[in-house]
Design a protein around this ligand. Structure first.
Ligand code: SF4
Ligand code: SF4
Length: 381
């Protein structure tokens, strides 16, 4: 069965009707960026994300036909979430920062139903009621930005984001793998970064490498979301007020300069502020954290990772007024990971009250990693 070139335009119109701002088709083929991906893994630049280096996942990323045996086409889709400029962000003490995409319901929960509807539309359009479809949104080993570029949706910028010349980079991607050959788009032909280096220069941890990869282990998004343990001491000050993710390399990108004027997908309207009061976040009980953030991206690092980040952000402010709260966390927080970073934060404040709180906690602290942080904080003060 073959489809006319006009099919792609009709499909795009249907995708737009469902809220996808971009839709493109690429042939199922080996992913051109796979060699660069395996080099990146071999250099150990994936931080603690060991799942990326699993043999079967590496193999699947090489070619979507390893995810779906008879796959012939990959349909890439994108939705647009609010840009930071479209959110009410409060900066300065005592506010933290959350990446713009994360202030709404988790897209892993929102998008599958919409992709299912789109799949039904595709079956109707093709007249193949039994058409086999696999749909993913960051849920399978596929080089999704690479296929979005092959589908003509944009280019991969130096900040490693997919950038659409029309919509910028505040996009979430999804894919449908299908067993029929659909008329493919031309791959996006340009690198419109040109000589620009703004993202490289603005990145707080200098983790954007010249070859369009990230040293993920240093990226604030990785450290505050994926990283499970202690945040390396030398990187903690670089987190500044970021407590979940980081938008810096997108905010400085000239291709996002018109983002405030573009509408965003209502499914990603913010449910909570992108700049919460750090004091309140550090006091969140297990139940409160679950009630507020269970179905949002913030559940990914779990309460202990999120409160760890809030403690670091408060330490970066170095405000003596925060000593009572940090001391309380160090005394009574059940998670050693959070206590360890509260100890560091007290060391950053460094007043005599902070040292007194550290010394008092040292006497009965049971966890070796927290005792070590207390000792280092007392040395630093
Ligand atoms: S998300 Fe932040 S830390 Fe990561 S590359 Fe971008 S600017 Fe750097
Ligand atoms: S800031 Fe400049 S170099 Fe970085 S992704 Fe945007 S256009 Fe490319």
């Amino acid at each position: 069965m073959s489809f006319p070139a006009s099919f792609a335009g009709d499909l795009q119109a249907e995708a737009e009707r469902l809220g996808f701002v971009l839709c493109g088709i690429a042939p199922a083929q080996p992913a051109p960026h796979h060699a660069a991906f395996t080099r990146w893994l071999a250099q150990g630049l994936h931080g603690g994300m060991a799942y990326l280096a699993r043999e079967r996942d590496i193999s699947a990323r090489a070619d979507p036909r390893r995810l779906m045996e008879n796959c012939r086409s990959v349909i890439s889709l994108a939705v647009r979430y609010p840009a930071p400029a479209q959110l009410e962000i409060q900066s300065g003490y005592p506010f933290g920062r959350i990446a713009a995409y994360a202030c709404s319901t988790d897209y892993h929960l929102t998008l599958p139903r919409r992709m299912g509807t789109f799949g039904d539309v595709l079956r109707r359009m093709t007249g193949i009621g039994e058409l086999a479809i696999r749909s993913y949104t960051d849920s399978a080993p596929i080089l999704e930005r690479n296929f979005a570029q092959l589908a003509g949706m944009g280019w991969i910028g130096k900040n490693t984001c997919l950038i659409s010349p029309r919509f910028g980079s505040y996009l979430l991607l999804a894919e449908l793998l299908v067993t029929i050959e659909l008329p493919p788009a031309e791959p996006f032909p340009f690198d419109r970064c040109g000589t620009c280096r703004r993202c490289i220069e603005a990145c707080p941890t200098a983790c954007i490498r010249p070859d369009r990869t990230l040293d993920a282990g240093r990226c604030i998004s990785y450290l505050t979301i994926e990283h499970k343990g202690i945040i390396p001491r030398e990187l903690r000050p670089k987190l500044d007020s970021w407590i979940f993710g980081c938008d810096v390399c997108q905010q400085v990108c000239p291709w996002n300069r018109l983002s405030a004027q573009q509408s965003f997908d209502p499914a990603f309207a913010p449910r909570f502020p992108p700049s919460p009061d750090l004091h309140g976040e550090l006091r969140l009980s297990v139940q409160e954290f679950r009630r507020r953030y269970a179905d949002t991206p913030l559940s990914r690092p779990k309460r202990r990772g999120y409160l760890r980040n809030a403690a670091v952000a408060l330490g970066n402010v170095r405000n003596p007024q925060d000593v009572p709260l940090l001391a309380e966390v160090l005394q009574s927080e059940p998670e050693p990971l959070v206590r360890a970073h509260a100890a560091w934060a007290l060391g950053q404040v460094g007043t005599s009250a902070a040292r007194t709180a550290l010394s008092a906690a040292r006497r009965h602290e049971p966890a070796p990693q927290v005792r070590e942080e207390i000792a280092l904080a007392l040395q630093a003060g």
